[in-house]
Write a protein that binds this ligand. Structure first.
Ligand code: PQQ
Ligand code: CA
Length: 532
């Protein structure tokens, strides 16, 4: 039985992977050390699970006491033996054919409590499934497909509740987070990311008086949780229409913010907005990374955040106060941040490249933090820009509501350099139109890069770190990498022949450490050779 107490203390059972980020703090660091710098080159293939459809497979597996649970595209749940890959059962949910999702039939995985698995489906159901039999226990409709909602993120279990977010920032939704009773499926609370007229924050939606109803603010990646404060932290996505901010004058709260909510009631405790009045689709849905360490000589509860808008932030997670911010790639939409962390916006002229481009400096890909090195590890796109076209958007329910378009700008060797003191040189060897993917290590004390590992193409992969100072990640180049967490040196790499678009996980069965990664259509599991 997986109790919520066990999930809270997940760091104490590193042989399991009990929640989306491994632990509630979003650090994605495992205490397992059997695989280390000296032996990582000996990793060998143990088993493969192949998806039934082709596509970018973004799921994050859970591992509970020797069993693995993972979603396949679009909404299958697979239970298998984590040691051998033998499949026990597959549950299939076919999303309704009129589902409209902006960015593909994505699903990022499951949550679990007791013997129940929870999946959010593309057509916006929350489904509770018996982990032993694969049978449905209950199903709740979270939102209406016809209104542009979809769900791609993994739910988060906190105590007796299952919390889910929605997608649809490009389809004129009004975003929210919703909590359901894990046993019954009854809705416990709902927090709208866009305040209704009269509620605090509604004054940031001016102009057309119904702009708030279709203003976006999706919540499509899983949040984090601090049991000591009983606060859930969740990133909120872009306002809509995406490119035409003229249709929604004001800061557009709580789009592109992190919100801190009371886990019992869903009431807002504080918020911090990264990109007010966004016009670049800079969804701030990244995973909040919760870290306890000294700040200015005193113990502090921090939140670290490398944002899609190109800036890295340190916040006080008790109050939401801004402590530090610095761009980690070249940025030209803002000249910097003011003392409160608000961007000083310098919108480039229409038809000229905006850095970072529409994908952002990073996107939903999970970062990692190592308490051993004190560094934050982030998958980034650098030297990447987009040129926007802005026009009036007409809202019709369930259809794209973006107010223009964009095209990717080819990287130029000497791209704008208004604000890139410590961002490193702009590369001129970008081989794709989209610039370079890289994994960088950021020192949270300064926001500076400590090292950079550059890839040939861009990356969609998240990051896993282990207590043996290894960094695992992958790329669109098909490689699965093990890097030295202190230097960024490549210790081992293998080409798996498909895009890595998730964060690898690690676990142990019968005392042996395994590492699983998805590349293309295959979930591939590695371990050291068995002792003979
Ligand atoms: O605003 C939204 O609701 C929303 C949802 C999603 C999604 O659900 O995958 C993406 C985006 N936006 C988005 O802007 C984006 O760049 C993106 C990339 C991906 C992906 O899976 O690689 N999803 C999404
Ligand atoms: Ca978006």
């Amino acid at each position: 039985q997986l109790t919520s107490e066990r999930i809270e203390a997940a760091a104490r059972e590193p042989h399991n992977w009990l929640t989306y980020s491994g632990t509630y703090d979003g650090q994605r660091q495992s205490a397992l050390t059997e695989v280390n710098k000296a032996n990582v080159r000996q990793l060998e293939l143990k088993w493969i699970l192949q998806d039934r459809v082709v596509g970018i497979w973004e799921a994050n597996p859970l591992v509970v006491d020797g069993k693995m649970y993972v979603t396949q595209r679009p909404n299958d749940v697979v239970a298998l033996d984590a040691k051998t890959g033998k499949v026990f059962w597959i549950y299939q949910h076919e999303p309704s054919p009129d589902t409209k999702a902006c960015c593909g039939a994505n699903n990022r995985g499951l949550a679990m409590l007791g013997n129940t698995l929870f999946m959010a489906t593309l057509d916006s159901w929350l489904v509770a499934i018996d982990a032993v039999s694969g049978q449905v226990l209950w199903k709740e409709k979270v939102a209406e497909t016809a209104e542009g909602y979809s769900m791609t993120g993994a739910p988060l279990v906190v105590k007796d509740k299952v919390i889910v977010g929605v997608a649809g920032g490009e389809l004129g939704i009004r975003g929210f987070l919703a909590a359901y009773d894990a046993k019954t499926g009854k809705e416990a609370w709902r927090f709208h990311t866009i305040p209704a007229p009269g509620e605090p924050g509604s004054e940031t939606w001016q102009g057309r008086n119904d702009a708030w109803k279709t203003g976006g603010g999706p919540t499509w990646v899983t949040g984090s949780y601090d049991p000591s404060l009983n606060l859930i932290y969740w990133g909120v996505g872009n306002p809509g229409p995406d490119w035409n901010a003229a249709q929604r004058p004001g800061d557009n709260l709580y789009s592109n913010s992190v919100v801190a909510l009371d886990a019992n009631t869903g009431k807002l405790k504080w918020h911090f907005q990264f990109t007010p009045r966004d016009q670049y689709d800079y969804d701030s849905v990244q995973i909040p990374v919760l870290v306890d360490r000294e700040w200015n000589g005193k113990p502090a509860k921090l939140m670290l955040w490398a944002n899609r808008n190109g800036f890295f932030y340190v916040l006080d997670r008790v109050t939401g106060k801004f402590l530090l911010g610095k761009n980690f790639i070249p940025v030209n939409w803002a000249s910097g941040l003011d003392a409160d962390g608000h961007p000083i916006q310098t919108p480039p002229a229409d038809g000229t490249p905006v850095y970072p481009g529409v994908n952002g400096g990073t996107n939903w890909y999970p970062p990692s933090y190592s308490p051993r090195t004190g560094l934050m590890y982030v998958p980034i796109w650098e030297n990447y820009a987009a040129i926007y076209r802005r026009e009036e958007a007409e809202h019709t329910p369930g259809n794209f509501f973006v107010g223009g378009g964009f095209k990717v700008a080819a990287p130029t060797p000497n791209a704008p350099t208004p604000h890139m003191a410590d961002s490193g040189p702009v590369l001129n060897q970008a081989t794709e139109e989209t610039g370079n993917g890289a994994i960088i290590a950021i020192d949270p004390r300064t926001g500076n890069r400590v090292w950079t590992h550059r890839m040939v193409g861009v990356t969609d992969a998240g990051i896993l770190t282990t207590a043996s100072d290894l960094v695992f990640s992958g790329g669109r180049d098909g490689y699965f990498y093990a890097l030295d967490a202190r230097s960024g040196d490549v210790l081992w790499r293998v080409n798996l022949g498909g895009i890595v678009a998730m964060a690898p996980i690690t676990y142990a069965v019968d005392g042996k450490q395994y590492i699983s990664v998805i590349a293309g259509r295959n979930l591939v599991t590695f371990a050291l050779p068995d002792r003979r």
